[in-house]
Design a protein around this ligand. Structure first.
Ligand SMILES: [Zn+2]
Length: 474
């Protein structure tokens, strides 16, 4: 097998940074050497990557993506091929995508459909969560089958989107009880969709149809309320592990913090858009441009009585938020977002971001919001542990897959449709953002996939990862 040596870099893990050289044999990391030791011992390799002045970190793991998701009368525009290539460009080496079961559909057929879409098409490794959009006796049985046989150990439920993905409290409780038996994690889209739908109709009836009303009609109170309710239900089900996805608001964060104070297995993630974007600066842009930033939960106001951005960064420092994902769900403006011209409720919900998470969150390190170690922890190590992929993924250590990002802190990255943009969208959600640091080299299981500003990987290299139960529980 080919050996690769990454020399002269600084290896970063959640517990610190070390001047070490990394030896890879085939697809696996086989040794770490203190600076100079590899030379002294006469270690040779077929390929040497010089990482002088650079950080050598575990490849990013994005645990929340929606490739090819049929939604909002259309479908997310990244295929598993385009989406995983864009991910690789962003230093991401594993995605966990959301396989879909809707009301009246069969869970196992839904999962099979996702394998069909992804199989042979991914440039990096991939795993699945299963969306359960129709909880009935068969779906509950299938959940346990997926845990025991398919390497799918987490299930996403929705308290939003009545008539599409929505589960009522009784259904949620039953799914949680099933998870309490089989050990799975319940992931929750926590917004009170029933109340939101009333508000949506009231805004539309008043002629308030612009994209910004998407946010007004989904107040943070209703995210906080749903988060609270999900936590109570998880407690009733027996402290079943609960993971709140894409948290946008202080109201919800406070509920998670209170649950953690009680010692419950309650966790949460946020996404870059909730850390950087505002209703006023993005969603409320003139004309229809705000449609680019329509996602749920919505981008929040900077004039709210809560300081959502500051609170979410603080939550990341304090581990109330354990993970940063993207909720990558890309739609073009043309023919897709445009479905909501004159009616914000018809704008497909979602933004593209799988390529930019490592870049955008590194900027939080530069700005002093989180440490370099915390960047690695929230974007790679905890995602692996939370969703049962550790230590195969998420750490640079002997025996782990050689999924590695070499990061150059001395360069800059300019994001935009004519700058850095590899997702399959006709615009960039992050147009004009210029951040410190740059993806230098990316390896997926020992294979160089990005180097010298070019993509060197191939579709089909990515393998399906069967996951075990969460390794992050109290
Ligand atoms: Zn999602």
């Amino acid at each position: 097998m080919a050996r690769t040596l990454i020399k002269n870099g600084t290896v970063v893990s959640p517990t610190g940074r070390h001047d070490q050289d990394v030896l890879i044999d085939g697809e696996t990391i086989v040794a770490l050497y203190a600076r100079g030791q590899a030379d002294a011992m006469g270690v040779t390799a077929d390929k040497v990557i010089d990482a002088k002045g650079k950080y050598v970190v575990p490849g990013g793991i994005d645990v929340h993506t929606h490739m090819e998701l049929p939604f909002g009368g259309t479908a997310a525009v990244d295929t598993f091929e385009t989406g995983t290539i864009a991910a690789a460009w962003g230093g991401v080496t594993t995605i966990v995508d959301m396989a879909l079961q809707r009301y009246n559909e069969n869970v196992q057929l839904g999962l099979a459909e996702w394998h069909r879409k992804a199989g042979g098409n991914c440039a990096i490794d991939y795993a699945f969560h299963q969306i359960i959009g129709g909880i009935d006796e068969q779906a509950l049985k299938d959940m346990t089958y997926l845990v025991d046989h398919e390497g799918v150990t987490s299930f996403k439920l929705f308290m939003a989107y009545p008539g599409v993905f929505y589960s009522d409290d009784g259904q949620i409780l039953r799914a949680m009880q099933t998870a309490a038996e089989n050990g799975a994690m319940i992931m929750m889209h926590a917004e009170n969709g029933i109340a939101i739908d009333v508000l949506v109709q009231q805004y539309l009836a008043r002629g308030q149809t612009d994209p910004k009303y998407h946010s007004y009609s989904r107040p943070s109170l209703l995210e906080g309320e749903a988060t609270h309710r999900a936590i109570v239900l998880s407690k009733v089900a027996g402290n079943v592990p609960l993971y709140i996805v894409h948290m946008s608001a202080s109201d919800a964060l406070n509920e998670v913090a209170a649950a953690q104070h009680e010692g419950l297995n309650v966790f949460a993630e946020t996404c870059p858009q909730y850390l950087y974007m505002t209703l006023e600066d993005h969603l409320a842009r003139p004309g229809f441009e705000g449609a680019k930033f329509v996602c749920s939960p919505p981008i929040r106001s900077k004039h709210d009585h809560h300081h959502h951005h500051a609170d979410l960064w603080k939550g990341l420092r304090m581990n109330q938020l354990a993970i940063i994902s993207t909720d990558h769900c890309p739609f073009c403006m043309k023919d897709q977002k445009e479905l909501g011209l004159g009616n914000f409720s018809k704008i497909p919900n979602g933004m593209g971001g799988v390529e930019h998470r490592m870049e955008l969150i590194y900027q939080g390190v530069v700005q002093g919001e989180i440490s370099l170690e915390r960047w690695v922890e929230t974007c790679a190590t905890t995602p692996a542990r939370m969703f049962g992929m550790y230590p195969q993924k998420g750490i640079i250590a002997p025996g782990s897959d050689a999924d590695i990002l070499v990061w150059d802190p001395t360069k800059k990255t300019k994001i935009g449709i004519n700058d850095k943009h590899h997702m399959n969208m006709d615009h960039s959600s992050w147009e004009g953002f210029e951040v410190d640091g740059k993806v230098d080299t990316v390896l997926s299981r020992g294979m160089v996939v990005v180097e010298n500003d070019s993509f060197k990987g191939r579709k089909g290299h990515g393998k399906y990862i069967k996951r075990s139960l969460s390794q992050y529980l109290h």
